[in-house]
Design a protein around this ligand. Structure first.
Ligand SMILES: *[C@@H]1O[C@H](CO)[C@@H](O)[C@H](O)[C@H]1NC(C)=O
Ligand SMILES: *[C@@H]1O[C@H](CO)[C@@H](O)[C@H](O)[C@H]1NC(C)=O
Ligand SMILES: *[C@@H]1O[C@H](CO)[C@@H](O)[C@H](O)[C@H]1NC(C)=O
Ligand SMILES: *[C@@H]1O[C@H](CO)[C@@H](O)[C@H](O)[C@H]1NC(C)=O
Ligand SMILES: *[C@@H]1O[C@H](CO)[C@@H](O)[C@H](O)[C@H]1NC(C)=O
Ligand SMILES: *[C@@H]1O[C@H](CO)[C@@H](O)[C@H](O)[C@H]1NC(C)=O
Ligand SMILES: *[C@@H]1O[C@H](CO)[C@@H](O)[C@H](O)[C@H]1NC(C)=O
Ligand SMILES: *[C@@H]1O[C@H](CO)[C@@H](O)[C@H](O)[C@H]1NC(C)=O
Ligand SMILES: *[C@@H]1O[C@H](CO)[C@@H](O)[C@H](O)[C@H]1NC(C)=O
Length: 483
């Protein structure tokens, strides 16, 4: 139990490295948020930049307290608009202007200028404005900023928490640790960028409650966390009103994608086993992220997204087993029951971390072949899900919710697809399904990698640009470890 005074001190020190973002002068947003930010330098605060750097990366290590929230929530639930107009968004026919088709490859319209084919958004000479431009944009980028803050703390935390010997035992030497330090520093730039695109109501850094106790579990947790960070952005980036914000966000999420792959490699997973990365609605990412935030400073901007109940895979593959099908079926091989908790790593029999055998070893490596896959089509997947109404997230001030009816299907979201398998219910909030097989193109099996899986009340057909239409039908959400 953390004392109130210690907590306030920790919250204050977590904020100490932060300078308040300068107010954005009206009409000058374009320059205040772009360009010089990216010069965040490793040298002390003698930065020549006149623009605010929100975090000096060398001024931040990791908070001195990590752990659960022990207080009483003072507010509960997602933030609402002034009114809510309908229970869900109705499906409509195609946009009447979405008709362009070019059968012969020759331009059809007058060029605005030489070498400038007609069309595009933000291409007619208007001055860019690198600021969110709607509630949708604000809530999406604010979610992204909550994500950047936890990454800044999390990547530093393992470096601070584990000893050189711990790292050596996990197969990571000095150079690998330097790379993680560099990735942690990247987060200071990402947090700065997103803060500037939001303005003064940007969410602040919080205190986090992590699930891992070993280097290996930390790496595994990071490959899961960066998966929801990355996919959470791909899901909304092309729906943003502000193309300018989308531009800068894409340039930061390209980095996040590299981080995800590097953490996979350090976790001994196949670096990439899909042809396409999946995009997720914001509420999926927020559901996963919120469970690891324990305290936020007073006045931290709240989010509008939904927190779904957790779906657990009781035999989610243990990535540290050379025969992952031997993973126990009672959920005991995840370190806890939170949604993206890593695989247990500290067992001896059947552990592949120090095994030097092609197809079986899973120590840090550029690439690994898996003779026995982490999961496979036809695998019986044992499920358990929570009832809604559970307090989660910062200061336990959000509440899990679902609008869906009785669960009937398991929805597998990966690559360009969302595919279903039937659910067999075996008890109150328990059941099973079999991992389905289908391919995107050629022999590229849809279900692979670290992915989102849901219980749903119907098998609604959705595609990458309208996946949010599934949200009203989701009973519970989980993260599945395929491979
Ligand atoms: C320029 O394009 C934007 C959309 O990108 C549009 O909203 C605006 O009206 C256009 N301005 C002019 C002068 O055509
Ligand atoms: C969270 O709890 C801490 C400790 O009680 C408090 O200082 C802080 O203001 C709370 N944050 C919010 C956003 O309510
Ligand atoms: C996986 O384990 C289950 C339960 O022990 C067993 O029935 C099944 O045959 C195994 N499948 C493979 C592909 O090893
Ligand atoms: C693994 O670590 C956990 C958490 O520290 C501990 O409770 C458990 O006893 C350990 N198991 C083994 C086999 O060492
Ligand atoms: C792994 O095994 C190969 C072949 O037996 C050997 O060349 C290599 O040195 C071994 N690597 C380690 C880290 O033991
Ligand atoms: C790794 O797997 C690929 C594809 O299945 C296979 O072609 C290759 O021979 C394997 N390499 C080793 C060293 O096992
Ligand atoms: C997966 O998505 C691709 C691209 O949209 C599509 O061609 C394919 O039919 C889908 N497969 C399934 C099984 O849904
Ligand atoms: C998953 O990816 C791995 C690595 O590319 C591949 O060997 C395996 O066949 C894939 N699994 C499925 C079900 O497609
Ligand atoms: C989502 O879009 C696809 C077209 O890509 C359409 O067939 C499907 O009906 C849409 N789903 C919903 C729920 O609107």
């Amino acid at each position: 139990m953390i004392s109130q005074s210690l907590l306030l001190a920790v919250l204050a020190s977590a904020q100490a490295a932060l300078a308040a973002p300068a107010p954005v002068p009206q009409g000058q947003e374009a320059t205040s948020s772009f360009g010089p930010d990216v010069q965040v330098s490793a040298s002390p605060v003698s930065s020549p930049s006149p623009y605010p750097v929100i975090v000096e990366e060398n001024g931040y290590t990791s908070a001195t307290y990590h752990g659960p929230y022990t207080g009483t929530p003072t507010t509960t639930g997602a933030v609402d608009g002034p009114t809510t107009l309908a229970a869900s968004v109705p499906a409509l026919p195609p946009n009447p202007t979405a008709t362009y088709y070019n059968a012969d490859g020759v331009p059809k319209n007058a060029f605005p200028a030489p070498y400038v084919p007609a069309g595009g958004l933000g291409t007619n000479g208007t001055l860019p404005r690198y600021m969110v431009n709607s509630d949708f944009d604000f809530e999406s980028i604010a979610l992204g900023l909550y994500q950047e803050w936890i990454e800044l703390d999390l990547f530093h935390d393992g470096l601070a928490r584990f000893s050189d010997d711990d790292f050596t035992a996990a197969g990571l030497g000095d150079e690998a640790r330097s790379l993680i330090e560099f990735m942690a520093d990247q987060e200071s730039g990402h947090a700065t960028l997103l803060t500037n695109m939001l303005g003064e109501a940007a969410p602040k850094e919080c205190i986090y409650d992590y699930p891992y106790t070993t280097v290996r579990e930390w790496l595994d947790f990071m490959q899961r966390l960066t998966r929801f960070g990355e996919s959470g952005v791909w899901g909304f980036i092309n729906h943003l009103d502000s193309r300018e914000v989308g531009q800068l966000l894409a340039q930061s999420i390209a980095t996040e994608a590299r981080q995800q792959q590097i953490f996979r490699q350090m976790s001994g997973l196949t670096p990439m086993n899909v042809w396409f990365e999946n995009g997720w609605p914001q509420s999926w990412a927020w559901t996963m992220l919120a469970q690891y935030i324990s305290y936020c400073p007073a006045g931290t901007t709240r989010l509008a997204w939904q927190n779904f109940p957790t779906l657990q895979f009781l035999n989610n593959a243990n990535i540290n087993r050379y025969s992952p099908n031997d993973t126990a079926t009672d959920g005991s091989e995840n370190v806890g029951s939170r949604i993206t908790d890593p695989s247990v790593s500290n067992f001896t029999t059947g552990n592949c971390i120090n095994l030097n055998a092609t197809g079986y070893g899973c120590g840090p490596s550029v690439a690994h072949n898996k003779t026995e896959p982490l999961s496979f089509p036809g695998k019986q997947v044992m499920l358990q899900w929570e009832a809604p109404g559970k307090a989660v997230g910062p200061n336990m001030s959000y509440v899990t919710a679902t609008n869906a009816g009785t669960p009937k299907f398991v929805a597998w979201s990966a690559q360009l697809n969302l595919t279903y398998s039937p659910l067999t219910v075996t008890g109150e909030n328990t059941g099973y399904t079999y991992q389905p097989y289908a391919a995107v193109y050629g022999n590229d099996g849809i279900i692979n990698g670290t992915m989102a899986v849901m219980l749903t009340d119907t098998d609604l057909f959705v595609t990458p640009f309208n996946a949010t239409m599934l949200n009203p039908h989701i009973v519970a959400l989980g993260m599945y470890q395929a491979g």
